[in-house]
Design a protein around this ligand. Structure first.
Ligand code: PGA
Length: 253
């Protein structure tokens, strides 16, 4: 089975409304490529308008960068999945390392968010990855395994099959230091094996696993060329249309 190839941009807290619309329009003029799904992870306030820009392009979708796990209520400043869905977003990035670090999201709350996203019929892009001291101790595979076990492995196979995973080593995010294609491949293969052991090789073979951490035009091709790397989650290089387009073109068509 051919897995879905995905390049997701994560704009984080960048670009005002006008800049965001311009970027989305510039991207939509050149993309998508026939076999690659492009997802734009925009600030919440941009979601509806960016979706209007891209909705006629079947290969471009929008993603929220976070959500609250509750249906609704007194959670000042938070976004519910009903709100996210109502403006046309189909994807939700969950568990980004910045959410884990600055907003203290742990594996347990992420399990609830995953459930809530799936219950709404949307697709989680679930981020995992280790900090540098963990890699130095060669505990990176065990660390990622625990993140998956605690936040995803309670799902039934049919639910799990709807998830997209993004492996993002924290030491590579926004640092300009990219994991080598071999380091990415090693972890992606290990993640696929964990899924095969927990579920089945059929489920494991169907899951798209994206790499994130300083993906840029210069390294996209070698990363995406790895057998178990099915695309990227792209921060800095998603903020300029020309760079992002070149990253997507890193897939051999
Ligand atoms: P970066 O960010 O591409 O700027 O390293 C990736 C991410 O945080 O998703």
């Amino acid at each position: 089975m051919k897995r879905k190839q995905i390049v997701a941009g994560n704009w984080k807290m960048n670009l005002n409304f006008k800049e965001g619309i311009k970027l989305a329009s510039d991207v939509a003029k050149k993309l998508p490529l026939s076999d690659v799904l492009v997802v734009l992870g925009t600030p919440a306030i941009h979601l509806q308008a960016v979706n209007e820009v891209v909705k006629n392009f079947s290969g471009i979708k929008v993603a929220a960068q976070n959500c609250h796990q509750s249906e609704k209520g007194a959670y000042t400043g938070e976004l519910s999945l009903d709100m996210i869905e109502s403006v046309g977003a189909e994807y939700v990035i969950l568990g980004h390392s910045e959410r884990r670090e600055y907003f203290k999201e742990d594996n347990a709350v992420l399990a609830k968010k995953v459930d809530a996203v799936l219950a709404k019929g949307l697709t989680p892009i679930f981020c995992c990855g280790e900090a540098l001291p963990i890699r130095k101790k060669k505990k990176h595979v065990a660390h990622v395994k625990k993140q998956l076990q605690d936040s995803l492995f309670h799902l039934k196979p049919a639910q799990f099959s709807k998830i997209v995973i993004a492996y993002e080593p924290i030491w590579a995010i926004g640092t300009g230091v990219t994991a080598t294609p071999e380091q990415a491949q090693e972890m992606h293969k290990a993640i696929r094996k964990m899924i095969a052991t927990k579920y089945s090789s059929k489920v494991a073979e169907g899951i798209s696993i994206l790499y994130g951490g300083s993906v840029k035009p210069a390294n996209a091709k070698s990363l995406f060329g790895q057998a178990d790397v099915d695309g990227g989650l792209v921060g800095g290089a998603s903020l300029k249309a020309a760079d992002f387009i070149q990253v997507v073109q890193g897939f051999d068509q």
